[in-house]
Design a protein around this ligand. Structure first.
Ligand SMILES: O=P(O)(O)OC[C@H]1O[C@H](O)[C@H](O)[C@@H](O)[C@@H]1O
Length: 541
């Protein structure tokens, strides 16, 4: 094993945290602030481009010390070296986890099996750049000599969620091509996306690391059929390109070698937007913008790699998550971006976080006897305030939330932005402070309303939040944000002693779907449980 296996609950730090939890659990955040006048300035971290304020969490400096101790005892520093050093930490698939190499400087050396992978990454990036430049300048044209106007990205999971999230997030920076993302094998998704497109000016980017994914292959076949019916088979070569590690399969599909952008098995699907999987992003914002995104991620990589745990933002975020998940028994975390541009961030993070750390077998192959992966969900503010915030404020569940906001809007609509951000600050303040019975009674009296309403209007407060206040949404700051969450995943996986980089849990359903598809398409049914049989009969009749 590249770093030692352990049971986190058997560490000294864990026992100390359990005892410490008993002291903290009844303390109100308002009390923690009263007790420590320096709290806000001590539980924060400045980073070029943003402020990370974690002072509105149900913890003290002592909690941080103990959590950092937990990270130490569970070998986080050693694990980090293995991660950045190209060791095969994805042990069940026998692969290294080197998405960080995709954004490391051109002169860096990242060794994998004794070979520096950076020159090869640079070579592929150069190919991406010249392709993007040619498409965006109109030099690369479709088969009938017209410049491209639309790009259809066909992929699913990591070959869709990252590119679509980033493309939406950076819509302001787009260079003019219209981007469309087709992922679902639901044929209506493809048809809706193709509606109104002109095949002569449409470029299809088929993205699949494995090039065996049912949904992507079905969508690519159907898109090709649509295209051939409207244009011609000969024109396919000018309009279909692919991103994959599986070159023979892509060629078998009918995409020529020069139209294939390779990737590597040491890049996990859900961490692949930095690779050629990000081609659609680069087509949307231009290659320089894509480089800026990578540079932002690289800045976070360096911080994560070099800073001591107590100063390290991804480490602190991972530890905060563990504190609530394993000691407070929280089941989920909310991610609430206060910008409409980041409306796909929660969906992206659902795959990144839940596919990585939704595991119950430890690194020795034994069942874990403690909680692991968090459930992640969210929607942009202020919309979410008018939807599910009721439950966060007054429900029975503890839901720690990350609030992500920006000092400036992109179009400079200051009045709107002030309103947006007033809500951003008001929510974390309200979640923390709540509203006491006395305050409510006083208000009801002043308004001449019935005192019986008081219990319904009380807010207990003490709801934890972490605030990330960025200067502005741009490729660089987005790169930092995404890399931050990637490393947060790593930190938690190490401490929970699980393998974060495989995803065996998605296989079973895929296998059963194959049998069921042949059942649906044949006259008889193979043996299923009685519920599945009855549903299949209903569908077939
Ligand atoms: O890129 P592909 O090989 O087509 O894989 C697409 C997706 O499918 C799988 O089911 C995995 O769960 C994802 O991690 C992956 O991103």
């Amino acid at each position: 094993m590249s770093f030692p296996s352990h049971n986190p609950t058997e560490t000294k730090a864990w026992a100390a945290l359990e005892a410490h939890y008993q002291e903290i659990k009844h303390k109100h955040l308002t009390e923690l602030f009263q007790n420590d006048p320096n709290r806000a300035s001590e539980l924060k971290k400045e980073f070029p481009g943003f402020l990370f304020d974690y002072s509105k969490n149900r913890m003290t400096k002592k909690t941080v010390e103990l959590l950092v101790q937990l990270a130490k005892e569970t070998g986080l520093d050693q694990a980090k070296q293995a991660y950045f050093g190209g060791e095969k930490i994805n042990e069940t698939e026998g692969r290294a986890v080197l998405h960080t190499a995709l954004r490391s400087p051109a002169n860096a050396a990242v060794e994998l099996d004794g070979k520096n992978v950076v020159p090869e990454v640079q070579e592929v990036k150069a190919k991406m750049k010249s392709f993007c430049d040619a498409v965006l300048s109109g030099n690369k044209k479709g088969s009938s000599g017209k410049a491209f106007t639309d790009v259809v990205n066909i992929g699913i999971g990591g070959s869709d969620l990252g590119p679509v999230m980033i493309t939406e997030a950076l819509a302001y920076y787009q260079k003019g091509l219209r981007l469309h993302f087709v992922s679902n094998v639901d044929g209506d998704h493809l048809q809706e996306s193709l509606k109104g497109l002109d095949p002569e000016t449409t470029l299809f980017v088929v993205v699949s690391k494995s090039f065996t994914t049912q949904e992507t292959l079905a969508n690519a076949q159907s898109a090709r059929k649509w295209f051939v019916e409207k244009l011609s088979t000969e024109a396919v070569g000018d309009h279909f390109i692919a991103v994959s590690t599986n070159i023979p399969q892509v060629e078998a599909f009918g995409i020529e070698a020069q139209n294939i952008f390779p990737m590597w098995d040491w890049v996990g699907g859900r961490f692949s937007l930095w690779s050629t999987v990000g081609l659609s992003v680069a087509l949307a914002i231009g290659f320089d913008g894509f480089e800026e995104l990578l540079a932002g991620a690289a800045a976070m990589d360096q911080h994560f790699k070099e800073s001591p745990s107590e100063e390290n933002i991804p480490v602190l975020m991972g530890l905060i998550g563990i504190w609530y998940n394993n000691f407070f028994g929280a089941e989920s975390v909310g991610v609430i971006p206060y910008t409409q541009y980041l409306h796909r961030l929660p969906a992206y993070l659902q795959q990144a976080i839940m596919e990585s750390n939704g595991k119950s077998t430890d690194r020795n192959g034994n069942p874990v006897d403690y909680q692991t992966g968090e459930i992640v969900w969210g929607e942009p503010g202020t919309n979410s305030q008018h939807a599910f915030f009721q439950l966060i404020h007054q429900g029975t569940k503890l839901i720690p939330c990350d609030f992500i906001g920006y000092k400036k809007s992109l179009y400079g609509e200051k009045e709107h932005h002030d309103k947006l951000m007033a809500n951003f600050f008001a929510q974390t303040e309200a979640l923390m402070n709540g509203r006491s019975l006395e305050e409510v009674q006083e208000e009801l009296k002043n308004q001449g309303q019935g005192a019986h309403l008081a219990p319904f209007k009380v807010f207990a407060g003490n709801k934890p939040t972490t605030t990330l206040l960025f200067d502005q949404l741009n490729p660089h700051s987005l790169g930092m944000l995404v890399a931050l969450y990637e490393h947060r995943i790593f930190v938690q996986g190490v401490i929970w002693n699980i393998f974060s980089y495989d995803q065996w849990g998605v296989e079973l359903g895929k296998i059963l779907a194959k049998t069921i598809l042949s059942d649906i398409q044949s006259d008889s049914l193979t043996s299923h449980d009685s519920s599945t049989t009855q549903l299949l009969q209903r569908y077939k009749n």
